[in-house]
Ligand binder design. Structure first.
Ligand SMILES: Nc1ncnc2c1ncn2[C@@H]1O[C@H](COP(=O)(O)OP(=O)(O)OP(=O)(O)O)[C@@H](O)[C@H]1O
Ligand SMILES: [Mg+2]
Length: 337
């Protein structure tokens, strides 16, 4: 077996331990039903993604709606079967694991979604919902199980006395804490947080971010933090990856990405973020992105961003730019930078 460090990609990660790695990971869906006698098109939701997530870090994943963030998160967790490519967790190719090994791996990788209510069973008291994964994975029973549920409720800042209540009796922010407690029950090391806070109001968002940060420190969790909200990502992430039409187009340390974005798509995304400093706001160049993200079906050859790019050149239609090293750990996929 080759370890993730041996594949000779970028040297920057060499001293750090890689928890999750994807190699050329793709997830395609069948496109809409075509007319008679025509081939069904392919929707390339995730296309050849190479990503390395270091143990203990928060990797932010940003990009407009429909660019493939959730599909990538769920494919990494093997909730979707990859169309091609590999996923390594702790150095092991997860598609080569046997059933039993896969089950124990499932325990280590958890996800929380944007809408907590839809991920909780409305007819199940919350204590039982949190206990369920512990029972399934045979991790606790009897009074130990009860204690563990109380402990988990306390960890996410809820009163254990509320364990017999039902999900609808809680606010959205509390439901998200319950979903988090359920995910944490099986002591995962990797958590995909898919827009976990975007449906909450601002003060609740802040509290949940603080909770996620506390959990990271206390439990050594590693996060893939998916969000539209670039300010929130700046607050919590160590590194940020920018996705466009299924591809990672730029990745860098958080401050580096926000202060020195190289890809025109990242620059456009950032220029849409309101900034509070009035001088910075006046001097900033605004780049307006025209139109919506094109359909991921039948994309033209070359760079996927060419149809909306302010810097587009004729060469951009020739071949797809590679994610190239531009500085210390900073990579971007654009021939113009
Ligand atoms: N189960 C599915 N079957 C078919 N197509 C899908 C499926 N899931 C996602 N897609 C398509 O894949 C593309 C990527 O979708 P995805 O939900 O991953 O984007 P996203 O970046 O998470 O968007 P959002 O920010 O709105 O959550 C979209 O074109 C979407 O329509
Ligand atoms: Mg999504």
């Amino acid at each position: 077996m080759t370890t993730p460090r041996e594949n000779g990609q970028t040297p920057v990660d060499s001293e750090e331990e890689i928890l999750v790695e994807t190699r050329e990971l793709s997830k395609h869906f069948p496109g809409p039903r075509p007319g008679l006698m025509r081939r069904r098109a392919i929707l390339r939701a995730v296309e050849k993604v190479n990503l390395r997530i270091r143990r203990g870090e928060v990797l932010g994943l940003v990009g407009e709606s429909g660019c493939g963030k959730s599909t990538l998160g769920q494919t990494i967790l093997n909730l979707y079967t990859p169309t091609s490519g590999q996923i390594f967790f702790e150095g092991e190719d997860i598609q080569e694991l046997r059933m039993g090994e896969l089950r124990s791996l499932r325990r280590k990788m958890q996800i929380v979604f944007q809408d907590p209510y839809s991920s909780l069973d409305p007819r199940m008291p919350i204590g039982q919902a949190i206990a369920e994964p512990l029972v399934i994975h045979k991790m606790a029973s009897g009074s130990e199980l009860e204690d563990r549920v109380s402990e988990l409720l306390q960890t996410v800042g809820l009163n254990p006395g509320l364990r017999n209540r039902y999900p609808h009796e809680f606010s959205g922010g509390q439901q998200q804490r319950i979903a988090l407690a359920r995910a944490l029950a099986v002591t995962p090391s990797f958590l995909v947080a898919d827009e976990p806070i975007s449906s909450m109001d601002v003060s609740i968002q802040g509290q949940l971010i603080n909770l996620l940060e506390k959990l990271r420190r206390q439990m050594g969790l590693t996060y893939l933090f998916i969000s539209h909200d670039l300010r929130m990502v700046r607050h919590i992430a160590d590194r940020v990856a920018v996705m466009y039409l299924g591809r990672i187009v730029e990745i860098a340390d958080c401050d580096e990405l926000f202060d020195n974005a190289l890809h025109p798509y990242t620059q456009a995304l950032l220029s849409a973020v309101p900034i509070t400093d009035p001088t910075a706001a006046r001097t900033r160049k605004r780049i307006r992105l025209e139109g919506d993200v094109p359909s991921p079906i039948d994309l033209p050859a070359g760079c996927v961003f060419q149809s909306r790019c302010p810097l587009v050149q004729p060469e951009c239609a020739n071949e797809e730019p590679e994610l190239r090293q531009m500085g210390d750990g900073h990579r971007a996929a654009c021939i113009m930078v």
